[in-house]
Design a protein around this ligand. Structure first.
Ligand code: M6R
Length: 627
């Protein structure tokens, strides 16, 4: 993954780079470094560990000049250490790299045979050597990069500077994202717009195998042969404040509390609140929108109807939390729209030679829109001739740009590595999509449509209510400390929520938790149950409630300690459970959005009271741009 920042302009490059890396630390945080062209020479500082270690190390250091690059790392090749930290520097060339060079062993051998002195265990350093060799021959950084690009295989985005061309910054990519921010006489090249939002709202999104050449004030994008490419400039409407903590202790907590607004923004374009009817807006099937303006002017409900009318199956593909949202989508689409849905993990889908029958809509879900496996899956689906639809949070991300149709989570930037508001917004979007397919395919009556929409419209205020119960979730989190393991369980559409709850606990509190379909307990997991096993049961008052209660009794009879999450006052659940957490009564289709919130908050409180870094859990990164 890794975050990269490059800067050319009148501000002090060190300040711009450090501020940018702070915004990108979610992409990796096991070491960081920067190089500034200071008084005609490359000045590099690197540090193992989080960015704050680098900041500490450069206190009192002077960095002048107008050109620099920086990096925050998520290790792929070579342990996290200063030696393996970026930038990598060879004979006046300095580079930062995000991704993986797949043919690195081959390149390494060739370089060693030519007498190169390799000082790290990384694949990235090899790129610095290759460019350094070529600049000596070509006497030009761009030409050198053009040649080196042809030698690399894998997934990479790379920034390079050369001390002999002090006004140049050259960047290229094939895979992980790279965005060019255009300021007033200054240019930013970053992994994610968040790193430059405080400076500019104007961006160019690089496509694969494009090279950007910054030469003083001038920015050119060329193909590998050097031919100019005309690119669209996208003007963003995210504000820099949206990526600040705004008084919250953690981004994750802020993002949990933003959910009422995020959910409302997710459904807003697709619901006519006066007529209580669904009309998916600006899905854009069949078009390849170049920018947000174009997206916003598309009037395509008819085109969407025509596309969705022709589908007879939906295949949902995603990773992690987005995959669990997809599993909930299966319940929505099958129950509401009555067409079959298959859900797959992207890393499995892409290698299992999937059979995509005609009429299958392939839908990917990705908050970042950059997850490597999900991107590969959508490309594979397109090659097989399938119509694709993406649900992304980050507009103009690679997956968004490549899909035929587009739906947006509209959650605003999500910075905490653990996904929260993107998950609940996705549930809302999937709910809207199910209603739209149901309506188009006549499997949803207008009375049912109104009932579902009423439920959706009530959701933001119901989420507010659950958030107001946080003190109960804080107390519950404290009580979880005494357990050795956790089983999260639910039935029906609560089952994916149980999976998501277990993932939140694992990734934040580093505790072993499993999500299970409650009906499966007697097929194995019951053997795990003793007084040190906590059972966290989602038991809403839905049509499966009685069966869920029976599963709870079975667990209790074997000594399991139960924390149940149910609807309103519920004496029965209170009696069975060690702790009963009440949430507002909701429609079956919106209950999952409400019931995941206690699970998010319990994981948050437990992890933070254990002293863990909630926003940046160990070994993880927000945007997984490598396989
Ligand atoms: O950006 P994406 O939605 O594609 O990311 C997918 C997963 O990497 C992500 O959901 C991950 O599981 C989160 N850490 C979960 O909190």
């Amino acid at each position: 993954m890794c975050g990269i920042v490059g800067y050319y302009g009148p501000q002090n490059p060190k300040d711009v780079i450090i501020a940018g890396l702070k915004k990108l630390e979610y992409r990796g945080y096991d070491s960081a470094g920067l190089t500034v062209l200071h008084q005609g020479q490359l000045k590099r500082v690197r540090a193992e560990g989080k960015l704050k270690n680098l900041e500490q190390k450069i206190i009192g250091e002077k960095f002048d000049g107008h050109l620099g690059i920086g990096h925050t790392r998520w290790a792929t090749h070579g342990v996290p250490s200063e030696r393996n930290a970026h930038p990598h520097q060879v004979q006046g060339v300095s580079i930062v790299h995000n991704g993986i060079i797949e043919n690195y062993l081959e390149i390494r051998e060739e370089l060693l045979a030519r007498g190169a002195k390799i000082t790290s265990d990384t694949d990235s350093e090899l790129v610095a050597h290759l460019i350094a060799e070529e600049v000596q021959k070509q006497n030009d950084l761009l030409k050198a990069v053009q040649i080196v690009l042809g030698k690399l295989r894998g997934a990479f985005s790379i920034l390079a500077i050369w001390e002999k061309q002090p006004d140049r910054l050259v960047a290229f990519k094939d895979g992980p994202p790279l965005v060019v921010g255009l300021g007033d006489k200054e240019t930013f090249i970053v992994s994610d717009v968040q790193a430059a939002l405080q400076h500019t709202k104007k961006y160019i999104y690089l496509d694969d195998r494009e090279i950007v050449l910054v030469r003083g004030d001038q920015v050119d994008i060329v193909d590998p042969t050097g031919k100019q490419i005309k690119k669209q400039i996208v003007e963003l409407n995210w504000s820099a404040e949206q990526v600040e903590k705004m008084g919250y202790s953690h981004f994750m907590l802020k993002e949990i509390y933003e959910q009422p607004q995020a959910i409302a923004s997710a459904m807003e374009p697709h619901i006519d609140s006066e007529t209580h009817s669904i009309r998916l807006k600006n899905v854009g099937f069949g078009t390849a929108p170049q920018n947000i303006d174009q997206l916003n002017t598309l009037v395509d409900w008819e085109k969407t109807c025509a596309t969705l009318k022709g589908i007879n199956k939906v295949m949902i593909i995603a990773c992690g939390t987005s995959y669990y949202a997809g599993l909930a989508g299966k319940y929505y689409i099958e129950q509401i729209a009555r067409i079959p849905v298959e859900v797959d993990i992207a890393s499995e889908f892409r290698y299992r030679k999937p059979v995509l029958q005609p009429g299958t809509l392939v839908m990917t879900i990705s908050q970042s829109g950059e997850t490597a496996d999900t991107l590969a899956a959508i490309r594979l689906a397109k090659e097989s001739g399938a119509t694709t639809l993406s649900i992304c949070n980050v507009k103009n991300s690679t997956i968004d740009r490549e899909a035929h149709g587009h739906l947006y989570m509209n959650s605003g930037p999500e910075v905490g590595v653990a996904s929260t508001k993107a998950f609940t917004s996705t549930l809302v979007i999937l709910n809207c999509l199910a209603l739209a397919i149901g309506k188009i395919k006549n499997s949803l009556s207008s009375a049912q449509e109104k009932e579902h929409i009423q439920a959706l419209l009530s959701l933001p205020s119901q989420v507010e209510v659950v958030l107001a119960y946080d003190k109960y979730f804080t107390e519950a989190a404290e009580s979880l400390k005494s357990f050795k393991g956790f089983l999260y369980m639910g039935r029906g559409v609560s089952y994916p929520i149980a999976l998501e709850g277990a993932l939140k606990l694992k990734e934040l509190a580093y505790l072993h938790a499993e999500g299970y379909a409650a009906g499966e307990m007697k097929h194995g997991p019951l053997a795990l149950i003793d007084e040190r096993m906590a059972i966290i049961m989602l038991a809403p008052s839905d049509e499966l409630y009685e069966k869920t209660v029976s599963n709870l009794e079975e667990a209790k009879a074997r000594g399991g300690k139960i924390i149940s999450i149910g609807t309103g006052e519920n004496e029965k659940l209170k009696k069975i459970s060690e702790r009963y957490l009440s949430i507002p009564k909701a429609h079956w289709s919106t209950n999952p959005v409400i019931s995941v919130i206690p699970l998010q908050l319990m994981a948050f409180h437990l992890a933070s009271s254990l002293g863990y870094d909630v926003d940046q859990p160990r070994n993880l990164a927000k945007s997984v741009t490598v396989e």
